[in-house]
Design a protein around this ligand. Structure first.
Ligand code: COA
Length: 197
């Protein structure tokens, strides 16, 4: 994500958060303010982290649109000060804030973003164990992560519900070593997507 792409990314993430928290659309502006400040803070941690954007272009069209995003942490220096529970190891690569715009879902964009994220982690981090969180109620993302080779290492206690938060699963995948990095699993099909920093 370049600096000039931040506002579009803020809108995409805020809409996705509002959807997953079932918030009224009136709160999106507040969310946008919070998300923008978050992204500004996170950009200061580069190159220990990065935000990838996926863009989508219809066959034959010149114009493209922002389709999705994912945030990557490569090491402890880029880690979030207050990670969600169950807590991942501080020095391990971590994937979060994955979102695809609603009208563009189920076309393979999330899959490509995940694979692009894993490839970059393989290049940027010496650790091969990558972690991410997935809420128990989010079956779609859970299917995607399971299909991509992630497995559950820990689940939030039921007492988490007392904090008015959804229970999450911590998931982990062992990435191939960089020598094998070109052998990234094939996407579900050959749907077209550009991935760029
Ligand atoms: C999760 C998300 C990023 C997936 O993006 P996407 O571009 O729609 O995903 P893809 O089309 O690449 O799907 C890849 C695979 O994941 C699984 N999957 C994705 N969405 C699914 C859904 N709603 N229900 C069931 N399986 C789903 C499928 O196995 C799919 O492969 P298939 O289409 O060949 O069956 C998108 O749904 C999203 O932005 N959701 C809201 C935000 C969110 O929940 N983020 C994840 C936080 S943990």
């Amino acid at each position: 994500m370049r600096e000039e792409e931040m506002d579009l990314t803020v809108t995409l993430l805020s809409e996705s958060f509002a959807e997953s928290m079932m918030m009224a659309s009136g709160y999106v502006k507040l969310l946008e303010f919070l998300v923008k400040n978050y992204l500004i803070e996170r950009r200061e941690m580069m190159p220990h982290n990065a935000t990838l954007l996926g863009v989508y272009r219809e066959n034959g069209e010149e114009d493209f649109e922002l389709a999705g995003t994912v945030e990557l942490t490569f090491d402890g220096k880029g880690a979030n000060a207050n990670p969600p529970t169950p807590t991942p190891p501080n020095n391990s690569p971590y994937i979060c804030n994955m979102a695809v715009r609603k009208p563009l879902r189920r076309r393979g964009i999330g899959w490509h973003l995940l694979r692009a994220g894993e490839e970059l982690i393989t290049k940027m981090s010496s650790s091969r164990e990558v972690y991410l969180h997935c809420r128990i109620i989010d079956e779609g993302p859970f299917n995607m992560y399971t299909k991509a080779g992630y497995s559950v290492v820990q689940t939030d206690s039921i007492l988490t519900l007392l904090t008015l938060q959804r229970r999450r699963r911590l998931m982990r995948k062992e990435l191939p070593t960089s020598e094998d990095a070109s052998v990234v699993d094939a996407p579900p099909d050959d749907r077209l997507i550009d991935e760029r920093l």
